[in-house]
Design a protein around this ligand. Sequence first.
Ligand code: MG
Length: 220
Amino acid sequence: MSADLTHIDTWLFDLDNTLYPPSSGYIELIEERIRQYFMRLTGLPSDEAWAVQKRYLDEHGSAVPGLIAHHDADPHDFLRDVHDVPLDSLEPDDGLRQAIRRLPGRSLVFTNGSRWHAERVLGRLGLADLFQEVFHTEAAGLISKPDPRAFDALIRAHDVTPATTAFFEDRAVNLAPAAILGMTTVLVGDHAKASTEAYVQHRTASLTAFLNAASLKTVP
Ligand SMILES: [Mg+2]
């Protein structure tokens, strides 16, 4: 079934595990850096340190707001440290590039990662020039999806009209505020088909296949 996206003129994409597949193993490199960072920060053994960051992820959307709320830690130092991993496991994806290129209107990235992380990953994937804006965590004032304040900041900064915006994400919870705002929501990943959340309107294992099959606005 192809999706009717003829009303969409703004294409909003999460970055990690959405514009590249989890099977790349790239995110696991970052998660290992996060684990090491929290072990140094808390002095706790591996599993307990991981549980602390997991709690921040669940409560705040990412580790950064938790660091700010509960620790005397520099969030910029954290972001630089945990994203400093090799890019070798990421491959340029020409199929996805072509699929995004033909979308009518503008394409934006909305990530809980840092500006530096987003720029180097998009560069490695060969997608950087396709996005008019990258809304990263510094731009959001270090507030993370799914906090509605991060969405408000994005909408204000880039004059986004939710009713004509489609948002693509691998984390279902991040689609909830988007749906409330009136965006069209698309859950991406092997887990998507099994999701039952009412705020998920479309589900696909393949972002490229979904975009290629969708009905799009005709540009005069
Ligand atoms: Mg993601």
